[in-house]
Design a protein around this ligand. Structure first.
Ligand SMILES: [Zn+2]
Length: 330
């Protein structure tokens, strides 16, 4: 049976190098004279076998070498974070990679909806996975994340312009959230960003009404570990292979200002029992402060209790479960 474990068990890291190797082999096959045995094809009707499991995700943890997370560590971090869905199985996919088999599409969609995930604050880059995919076809090059475009004029905070602006920021726009139009004056967009490129810090918008081209600051929600020197996810400035110079204020080109103020998300407690989660609601924070907006909404947060955070488990998940939100309009 062609299972995810067979495909995911390769020690060859999927990615650019793998893709190049696969391409080289194809070129080689086309160039060389094959023997009779090599020319013989094996015809396999694997449609029936590929029916189960139908729902799976492949993932890679972005960590600098030689750091390698054991599959048990990955499992210990992500299983409770994902709410321990029924039928979840983690399979070792090579160094810092895994395949997670799920029993239902709903579980998979919920995991996608709450991306990005982390293991010890290192980003988990996910891809939909089918057992018929070759390991070299997995690129792990996109991270689904919420990005905020700050201090936008209200006339730009709508779906039409939001999609256009977000498309410039991310590789692919999933949706935009314009609910902050009158409170925070920033646009939220759910986008895939390229993990092989530095985080975008700004976006330039040339407005006819404003008769000017302005730069707008970007912030990311639940941003995993990234390098303040080069802006890439997955390593620190002290381990950067391409360190940048600090500016006259002795600061790196990238910094914590890329992290959005802590959001309050109206989600179910860590996906327990397969309960569905709802959307998001922001709280007034950094964006309001930066825009100078007096903030039409003020949220009061009170912790009810606090549970110990297990090793490797994202503290964000504990926080989300334990937060009581009371909104007051000021
Ligand atoms: Zn770096």
């Amino acid at each position: 049976m062609a299972s995810a474990s067979e495909s995911g068990g390769s020690q060859q890291p999927p990615g650019k190098s793998s893709g190049q190797k696969s391409e080289t082999i194809e070129e080689m096959v086309g160039r060389l004279k094959l023997t009779a045995a090599e020319s013989r094809k094996i015809v396999i009707d694997d449609r029936e076998e590929s029916k189960a499991p139908s729902w799976a995700l492949a993932g890679r943890i972005l960590v600098p070498p030689p750091k390698v997370y054991h599959i048990n560590t990955i499992c210990a971090a992500l299983r409770p974070a994902w709410g321990n869905p029924k039928g979840l199985i983690f399979i070792d996919g090579g160094p810092n990679m895994f395949v997670a088999e799920l029993a239902s599409e709903r579980d998979k969609d919920r995991i996608w909806e709450r991306s990005p995930w982390t293991v010890n604050k290192h980003a988990v880059v996910l891809e939909d996975y089918q057992s018929c995919r070759r390991p070299s076809e997995l690129k792990f090059d996109r991270l689904l994340i919420w990005v905020r475009i700050l201090d936008l004029p209200r006339n730009m905070i709508n779906t039409n312009w939001g999609m256009k602006i977000a498309a410039d920021v991310g590789n692919e726009v999933v949706k935009v959230d314009t609910s902050n139009k009158y409170s925070g004056q920033y646009l939220r967009a759910r986008v895939f960003i390229d993990v092989n490129e530095p985080l975008r810090r700004w976006v330039a918008i040339d407005s006819t009404l404003r008769e000017a081209c302005d730069w707008y600051e970007l912030q990311y929600e639940d941003l995993p570990y990234f390098c303040f020197s080069c802006g890439l996810l997955g390593h620190s400035a002290t381990l950067c292979l391409n360190p940048a110079e600090r500016d006259e204020n002795d600061e790196w080109p990238y910094g914590s200002r890329l992290r959005a103020a802590d959001d309050i998300k109206f989600k179910a407690p860590p996906m327990a029992g397969g309960s569905s989660f709802t959307g998001y609601q922001h709280r007034g924070g950094m964006a309001n402060a930066q825009t100078g907006n007096r903030g039409s909404m003020r949220l009061v947060v009170r912790r009810i209790h606090r549970q110990p955070v297990a090793v490797g488990v994202d503290a964000r998940l504990v926080r989300e479960a334990d937060i009581l939100i009371r909104c007051t309009v000021s």
